[in-house]
Design a protein around this ligand. Structure first.
Ligand SMILES: Cc1cc2nc3c(=O)[nH]c(=O)nc-3n(C[C@H](O)[C@H](O)[C@H](O)COP(=O)(O)OP(=O)(O)OC[C@H]3O[C@@H](n4cnc5c(N)ncnc54)[C@H](O)[C@@H]3O)c2cc1C
Ligand code: FES
Length: 507
């Protein structure tokens, strides 16, 4: 199980990446073992397989069914936290490397698509940043200046094709792109297999450790994969208790797709200056109808349970900007990991020499995943990468101390919740389909009553480092606000960093 067992379903979810992948059924020895089969894991596995390495990829769910199946797949080289902010924190040289590495990731997707003949609706297009309101036009000018200084292909333009926005100042970024994420992963997985790589689904990894001269990955089913190197690409790292998790925070984001008549708006990426920002793109449909995909309304994971209101706000925003939009097709949510200094953590896991990690994607996890493929394969094969410093997982994030403190205040608040009363005073008050936190004596219980009346009672203590979980009624799962774990109603971990299930309490 993984996040594909949560309730909402994205526009892409019907595409199966490797439907015949089976669980690991014996212990194995390979050159590199990769944990996680999203865009990051499969990108790393692909680069290494092309270089002649024997790779094994293990995933706790179906192949490619994690957050990559919930993305909206803008392929953008533009820092979504603004180059002006990135430059302030990391300096112009690293901001330039950010742009160059993310641009290289898009180029690389294009070249893999051609080499491996992957039909994934990839296309180059422009990206437009536009002000959410007139007062935010100054942000546009500041961002233009910062972007031009580091060599970004950008120009000021007037108007975007949305109602009421025909005369705003906007920025046009050239050479952005988009694709169908799961069709791309399907092609990547086939290319890995064609070079001798193996992919195992429904295989939960519980331990990743360095051994004399290598690594050993152990699964819950008791098998091991031994290798020279391991790559943990589980979106939120399962092998790390605090080092990385204190430098990033999980956010829930919401997406919807609507039918739209072809050519209603030009095919491009659009995002606004609101915080959190709205993001918009198109996906070709059959015949004369396409899909308009919109997203936004993010909040820190576990800190709101009002998805209905967020989808209503997203729908209203969409209809205001695109009055001719058609019927809604899908609505779904997912999680992104925001780092305090705006670049992901990709490279050697802090304290390890042969275990590598890729996390901290922010809203740009697809291009970050492809960067991970290039960067980590370089570190494994050549010991160096021109992008190492920017993405170094063990870097100090001193310039971002304010964000660091506010993200970590979440953990302190979360532990304080153990002494607060429950949300309801008895599980008897739970109606079918409802979940809530209940106090029973000294313990806090995560309780859920299924539609058929079955009651599930689990400890409210997250099995990562013990924060207090919160009910998510949209996805019918328990979300941990600290570092992004999700748990099913029966306590099974669906998303890292937790691996172990929530403890069972007398039912
Ligand atoms: C709604 C939404 C919109 C987004 N829009 C964009 C966008 O427009 N552009 C963009 O670039 N990014 C976007 N993102 C972010 C991007 O989609 C993600 O950051 C990216 O897909 C993450 O890829 P990943 O490989 O790190 O993780 P995943 O795809 O989640 O893969 C991790 C895998 O690890 C597996 N795993 C976890 N724990 C274990 C374990 N213990 N054992 C074995 N396997 C395990 C999981 O099952 C999963 O399959 C968006 C995200 C969301 C949710
Ligand atoms: S995810 Fe770290 S304590 Fe829950």
């Amino acid at each position: 199980m993984n996040v594909s067992d949560e309730r909402t379903v994205s526009l892409w979810a019907a595409t199966e990446v490797v439907p015949d992948a089976v669980p690991l059924g014996q212990s194995e020895q390979v050159d590199v073992v990769v944990v996680g089969s999203g865009i990051a894991g499969l990108s790393v596995a692909y680069e290494l397989a092309v270089a002649g390495q024997k790779v094994a990829v293990l995933d706790r769910g179906r192949i490619g069914s994690g957050m990559t199946a919930r993305t909206t797949a803008h392929l953008s080289s533009v820092c979504d936290d603004y180059f002006s902010e990135l430059t302030k924190l990391r300096g112009e040289d690293l901001a330039r490397i950010f742009y160059q590495s993310q641009s290289a990731a898009i180029d690389h997707i294009q070249s893999i698509r051609e080499t491996e003949r992957i039909a994934c609706d990839f296309r180059r297009l422009d990206g437009f940043l536009f002000p959410a309101s007139g007062s935010q036009e100054s942000n546009i000018t500041r961002e233009l200046d910062a972007a031009l200084k580091i060599g970004v292909e950008v120009e000021k333009t007037r108007g975007v094709p949305f109602a009421g926005f025909s005369d705003v100042q906007a920025l046009r970024y050239a050479n952005q792109a988009t694709f169908h994420p799961l069709k791309y992963l399907r092609g990547l997985a086939a290319a890995i297999r064609a070079r001798g790589g193996v992919l195992y689904a429904d295989t939960i990894v519980e331990k990743v450790e360095e051994t004399d001269g290598g690594v050993r990955v152990t699964t819950v089913s008791g098998f091991t994969v031994s290798a020279r190197s391991a790559v943990v690409a589980t979106n939120s790292p399962i092998n790390d208790r605090v080092a990385l998790h204190t430098k990033q925070a999980p956010y829930r984001t919401y997406a919807m797709s609507f039918e739209i008549a072809r050519d209603t708006i030009p095919d491009a990426l659009y995002w606004d200056t609101e915080d959190p920002y709205h993001y918009v793109r198109l996906q070709p449909g059959d015949g004369r109808t396409d899909f308009l995909i919109v997203g936004g309304e993010d909040h820190k994971t576990g800190q709101s349970d009002d998805a209905g209101d967020r989808f209503a706000a997203l729908t209203a925003w969409t209809k205001r900007l695109v009055p001719d939009v058609g019927v809604e097709i899908n609505r779904w949510s997912g999680q992104v990991m925001e780092t305090v200094d705006y670049a992901g953590f990709i490279g050697r896991n802090p304290g390890d020499s042969r275990v590598f990690v890729a996390t901290g994607d922010s809203g740009q996890g697809i291009t970050h995943g492809v960067v991970a493929g290039l960067l980590i394969s370089d570190l494994i094969l050549k010991e160096e990468s021109p992008w190492r410093e920017l993405y170094e997982p063990s870097r100090k994030t001193a310039g971002a101390i304010g964000d660091y403190l506010s993200e970590n205040a979440t953990a302190i608040k979360s532990f304080a919740e153990y002494i607060a009363p429950g949300e309801i005073d008895s599980v008897d008050k739970l109606r079918p389909g409802e979940g809530a936190i209940v106090r029973e004596g000294l313990s806090k219980i995560a309780a859920f009553r299924d539609d058929d009346g079955t009651l599930y009672k689990r400890s409210a203590a997250c099995t990562h480092v013990g924060c207090h979980v919160h009910w998510n009624s949209l996805e019918r799962c328990w979300d941990c606000p600290c570092h992004g774990s999700h748990f099913a109603i029966d306590g099974t971990a669906l998303n890292g960093p937790a691996v172990a299930p929530l403890a069972r309490v007398g039912e």
